[in-house]
Design a protein around this ligand. Structure first.
Ligand code: FAD
Ligand code: AMP
Length: 485
């Protein structure tokens, strides 16, 4: 395990680039900077609950990767119990071994986090495990996990300190009953009754995991609209399917209190009818995340925070202090791993005098429920509000041969394009593998493609991707495999 003794070749404590934070924003910044022939160190303080220190940040240790591992396992379990019979496959006595499921998840996480050290080694990045604090003049105080402390200097510093879960004053964390998303990924027994506060991406994914394993799941969402940030036609379709799976999603339900007692939690919330109560065995608070900058900045660095605690940056992720940059969840923009990664890569290229830019208009969003929910670009509501004349095309997966063959024909693909020049403005998919299908739309939009460009692109048959092709055709009422409406 690397420690404070590990130094750059030659033993110097001065670097071209020091990255503070080794999550999906920080570690790609470090790797790209090293690829650009710069001397780089990446400092990360993450510690797992067993005390082990690993790179990868929230995403690899407690977010994207463990949640997707459990979503995969639980979906297989659900299918074996509920769907295999339709395929003519009898599987008598399907059982759940949650300890094994969690062990597999831990193995996936370990392989991925260990992989970062291998990537660092190959690229020549110096890993430093412990706390980093920016001092004035691009000096960095590094406090290793073993208690030793030293001062490093750099020509450039990249801050990538990430985010932490928001705690509700009305429902403070109180393990094991009231937990954050990390706690909800670690349950060692399936809760009989599970409450989830917040029907955002994380709440829906965690609710799905435990619902598939048998929990009675109640999701309380303060806003009256489901997935208010998404295209509402998409959100409506997704809500229908999630409710059908047994998720009890209560909208316009603002949690005002939670009391732990007798091993259970009584949750109080207000809806249109007044004060309501629901009792659950475990409660997950998934009401969003906030930037994490504790002990990151000395008082005189010149780096400023905004009113919500995000590090202030310009379009290219420059802070107000010379040669200090900030990327990922600790700065404005969607809190997504791939957004942070592209910012990290951009900054590392700019530092090396190369070209670098992030196209913030074309960042895909994916919710890994079943069916998956994915989109990129503007929603129909946003296009309508802009006043620009537009057209839409949709294609239901019911008309897709591949989706039918997979017995996963729920949902649709929808494309929104400008009436005048046919440019694609947004693509919204709810359906099987939507998170993979959206990549084509992202590429199309990155190249400012028109629906005609997609219409004239050959898509293999039978594939799910044909849904995007046919939605593009339907925008001009020229779909072949569905009725043009
Ligand atoms: P982080 O991943 O939070 O990493 C920051 C790192 O910096 C941490 O290791 C932290 O310990 C370290 N650090 C902070 N301060 C210091 C310091 N002073 N010194 C040393 N080290 C420091 N996003 C997706 O795109 N797709 C998903 O499917 C997805 N699923 C998610 C599921 C869950 C349950 C959660 C919680 C999040 C999910 N996210 C997902 C969001 C994603 O995890 C974040 O957007 C991403 O991790 C942000 O990356 P980051 O590098 O900015 O910060
Ligand atoms: P996200 O920001 O995508 O993680 O989603 C968090 C969700 O939690 C948002 O949809 C919020 O409206 C919701 N939320 C925040 N506070 C409360 C609360 N007190 N009760 C219920 N829902 C809440």
């Amino acid at each position: 395990m690397p420690n404070s003794e590990q130094q750059a070749p030659g033993g110097s404590d001065s670097f071209d680039v020091i990255v503070i934070g080794g999550g999906p924003a920080g570690y790609p910044a470090a790797i790209r900077a090293a690829q650009n022939q710069l001397r780089v160190a990446c400092i990360d303080e993450w510690k797992n609950r067993d005390g082990s220190a690993t790179f990868g940040g929230t995403c690899l240790n407690a977010g994207c990767i463990p949640s997707k591992a459990l979503l995969e396992s639980t979906e297989l379990y659900h299918r074996a119990r509920e769907e295999f019979a339709t395929h003519g496959i009898g599987v008598a006595g399907v059982t759940l071994d949650l300890a094994q499921m969690q062990k597999r998840k831990a193995g996936v996480v370990k392989a991925m986090t260990g992989g970062i050290l291998a990537l660092f080694k190959s690229a020549g990045v110096i890993p430093l495990q412990g706390h980093g604090k920016l001092l004035a003049g691009r000096r960095v105080q590094f406090s290793a996990h073993d208690g030793t402390r030293r001062e490093l200097t750099a020509r450039h510093v990249v801050l990538a300190s990430g985010s932490t879960p928001i705690e509700l004053r009305s429902a403070p964390f109180q393990a094991p009953q009231v937990v954050d998303s990390w706690g909800a990924l670690e349950f060692d027994a399936v809760p009989k009754r599970l409450g989830v506060i917040g029907a955002g991406v994380i709440g829906l994914e965690l609710g799905s995991v435990w619902r598939r394993l048998g929990s009675e799941v109640t999701v309380l969402e303060a806003l009256p609209d489901f997935l208010a940030i998404a295209d509402q036609q998409l959100a409506k379709e997704a809500l229908r399917h999630l409710k059908r799976q047994g998720l009890d999603i209560r909208l316009g339900a603002k949690v005002t209190g939670a009391t732990v007692g007798g091993g259970a939690v009584e949750v109080v919330y207000a809806d249109a009818k007044g004060e309501q109560r629901v009792t659950v065995d475990r409660l997950v608070v998934a009401v969003g995340r906030k930037p994490f900058t504790r002990e990151l900045l000395a008082a005189d660095t010149g780096v400023e925070l905004d009113e919500r605690g995000f590090i202030k940056v310009d379009h290219s992720c420059r802070t107000g202090a010379e040669s200090v940059w900030a990327v990922g969840d600790c700065v404005r923009g969607p809190m997504l791993a791939h957004k942070g990664k592209e910012e990290g890569v951009m900054v590392a290229d700019l530092i090396a005098g190369r070209y670098g830019e992030v196209n913030y208009k074309v960042i895909p969003s994916v919710i890994y429920t079943a069916p998956e929910i994915a989109w990129v670009g503007l929603t129909e509501e946003q296009v309508k509000a802009s006043g620009r004349a537009y057209k839409t095309g949709t294609f239901p997966f019911l008309a897709s041969g591949r989706a039918r063959a997979m017995e996963q024909a729920a949902g649709f693909a929808k494309i929104i394009a400008a009436r005048d020049d046919d440019e694609i403005l947004g693509v919204h998919i709810v359906g099987p593998m939507a998170g993979e299908l959206i990549a084509e739309a992202v590429l199309a939009m990155e190249y400012s493609a028109s629906t005609e460009d997609l219409q004239r692109t050959i898509h293999a048959h039978p594939t799910l991707a044909e849904a995007v092709h046919e939605a593009a055709l339907n925008a001009d009422k020229r779909a072949i495999d569905s009725i043009n409406r």
